[in-house]
Design a binder for this molecule. Structure first.
Ligand SMILES: [Zn+2]
Length: 222
């Protein structure tokens, strides 16, 4: 789903889609899931294949608790700087890592390009595989300072539309940054509540038909 279409759907359904990239993290991903459970909210995790080994139970927990599992490739390559063949291999390897952790053979998962960049070959490959390419509309700025993070959420709230937010759940050496991710998620959830927004996963947002009401979107979640 293109960036514009995704944002339009989120705005139309007045929803917040929380997405987390570059995990799973041993500490942060479970902490985020605990926070989400407190708010009875679901999120979407774009897993990085190389971080999965040794964290299979966390991947399984993501699925068990009803969050969406998507892929962010295997090695976080810059798809504009490496050979197209290598990028296709990276996409496949990312999917295989998720399948191995889930002990399944689903084969394909919605994909978010590392750094938001695709080359023409990887784009064509994903289109041929009929895989959704998922971007975001608001970067929560969890790699920045807290003030910037709050500013961005406040701006999104002011728009009072839908938001597909981006944050990162990999473990940091700096514990303060991990706290920042949790705090930004908490603020995003409070912002959604204050603005009457519904928190959806990516697959729930995708299943929203043009004319459908939000309850139908949630009901269509698979
Ligand atoms: Zn990333």
């Amino acid at each position: 789903m293109s960036r514009i279409l995704l944002k339009r759907k989120a705005v139309k359904s007045n929803s917040l889609v929380l997405t987390f990239d570059d995990g799973p993290g041993s500490r942060l991903t479970p902490a985020i899931m605990d926070l989400l459970a407190e708010h009875n909210a679901k999120a979407t995790f774009f897993l990085l294949g190389r971080r999965i080994a040794g964290r299979e139970e966390i991947v399984q927990r993501i699925a068990t608790e009803g969050h969406d599992i998507c892929s962010h490739g295997y090695d976080h390559l810059d798809y504009w700087r490496v050979s197209p063949l290598r990028t296709v291999k990276d996409i496949k390897r990312g999917w295989q890592a998720i399948d191995a952790a889930m002990e399944t053979k689903r084969g394909k998962y919605p994909f978010r390009p590392p750094n938001g960049r695709l080359n023409i070959i990887s784009l064509l490959y994903l289109l041929l595989c009929r895989v959704s390419i998922v971007y975001w509309s608001v970067d929560l700025g969890d790699t920045l300072k807290m003030e910037r993070c709050s500013e961005r959420i406040a701006l999104a709230a002011k728009r009072a539309g839908g938001v597909v937010s981006l944050a990162h759940d990999f473990d940091r050496s700096d514990k303060n940054t991990e706290k920042l991710v949790l705090e930004s998620t908490r603020i995003a959830l409070a912002t959604a509540k204050a603005n009457g927004m519904t928190v959806l996963t990516y697959s729930q947002l995708r299943s929203c038909r043009k004319s459908s009401r939000i309850n139908e979107c949630v009901g269509n979640h698979s």
